[in-house]
Design a protein around this ligand. Structure first.
Ligand code: NAD
Ligand code: UDP
Length: 320
């Protein structure tokens, strides 16, 4: 019998890559998504397969799936700052009510559930690099609070189900991940810079560009999540690439990669934009024998190839 896995957020960037991974590993995959920020085209190639099903459903309402389930991956949530600022209430609901529904489903099905948390639970961190035992520095009432606090609640309710009901739970704290199938207009820095380079526009660095991020290629991220799901560890685990860079230097790298003759222009820094971010992955190395393998150079080359292959129409539709 094939193992059966439910993946929420299946039509999104990470969800669609996770569907591919579990299909490849021989699972029966049930994808669920309400398409609020996702795109069916990300999983179109799976529709013809016998071991793939898709439910168009909003997980903040009661979730029903026929048959047994061995695993649940809860990845549904707006994930980019412009998305969650545009739909703040849905963001809070999918992290709270959505997670509650899926934990309930996991109880009924006796399934193991892994939830997608984020480096944003550390807010604008005062500890660097961030270890899992750092409690974070989040502005609860700031604009980003809708995402950060939904994810913090998600972690708390997941641990409560684990401790109170003995449910098998896993929590991954995902750090900035990139690769093919990111949306050109999702506002995140990689699609933003590459889209600008392809359209012949200047690259918009927010603030003075001294803030840092650490970018993880999607294949490495998916491998880390896969290992965590199959591990026996219920506490949160950071999965990300510790190779840190300032946003200004990163813009220079994109200018080189794309060969554009555009320049960098500076725009105001959004409120509560974290100044630095780098995962401490000691725990993932020790428990999962995992570390990232894809260099930024290689990952960015593949990502650029993907964006270059999009039609002119998509490229210009993505302006906002
Ligand atoms: P994405 O926007 O590409 O995918 C999210 C998917 O969830 C979309 O397809 C969307 O339509 C779906 N969705 C949203 N609300 C829903 C609802 N109520 N019901 C059903 N489906 C719903 O984003 P992503 O980058 O793939 O992120 C996936 C998950 O990983 C999110 O939970 C996000 O918080 C987490 N995460 C991602 C990153 C990253 O760098 N990509 C970093 C940290 C955490
Ligand atoms: N950023 C930028 N220009 C852009 C988009 C983003 O300088 O056009 C910056 C943003 O202010 C942040 C960093 O790039 O400091 C990463 O932003 P992103 O939205 O990708 O992710 P997050 O802030 O959630 O890490």
């Amino acid at each position: 019998m094939k193992k059966r896995i439910l993946i929420t957020g299946a039509a999104g960037f990470l969800g669609s890559h996770l569907c591919d991974k579990f299909i490849k590993e021989g699972y029966h995959v049930i994808g669920m998504d309400n398409l609020i920020t996702g795109d069916k085209r990300n999983i179109e190639h799976l529709f013809k397969l016998e071991n793939f099903e898709f439910y168009h459903h909003d997980v903040t309402t009661f979730v029903h799936v026929p048959g047994n389930l061995d695993y649940i991956l809860h990845f549904a949530s707006p994930a980019s700052p412009i998305d969650y600022l545009k739909i703040p209430i849905q963001t809070l609901k999918v992290g709270s009510l959505g997670t509650h529904n899926l934990l309930g489903l996991a109880m009924v099905k006796k399934a193991r559930i892994l939830i997608a948390s984020t480096s944003e639970v550390y807010g604008d961190p005062l500890v660097h690099p961030q270890t899992e035992d750092y409690y974070g520095n989040v502005n609860t009432i700031g604009p980003r609070g809708v995402y950060d606090e939904a994810k913090r609640f998600q972690e708390s309710i997941t641990m409560a189900y684990h401790r109170f009901h003995g449910l098998e739970t896993r929590i991954v704290r995902i750090f900035n991940t990139y690769g093919p199938r990111m949306r050109l207009n999702d506002g995140r820095v990689i699609p933003a810079f590459i889209g600008q380079a392809l359209r012949g526009e200047d690259l918009t660095v927010f603030g003075d560009g001294s803030q840092t991020r650490s970018f993880c290629y999607v294949d490495d991220q998916v491998d880390g999540i896969y290992r965590l799901l199959l591990s026996d560890y219920a506490e949160p685990v950071n999965i990300g690439n510790p190779h840190e860079i300032t946003i200004r230097d990163f813009a220079e790298e994109i200018i080189k990669l794309t060969g554009t003759d555009q320049k960098i222009i500076y725009k105001p820094l959004p409120q509560d934009d974290p100044m630095q971010r780098q995962p401490d992955i000691t725990r993932a190395k020790a428990l999962l024998d995992w570390e990232p393998k894809v260099s930024r150079e290689e990952g960015m080359r593949k990502t650029y190839e993907y964006f270059k292959s999009l039609s002119e129409d998509e490229l210009y539709r993505s302006e906002h």
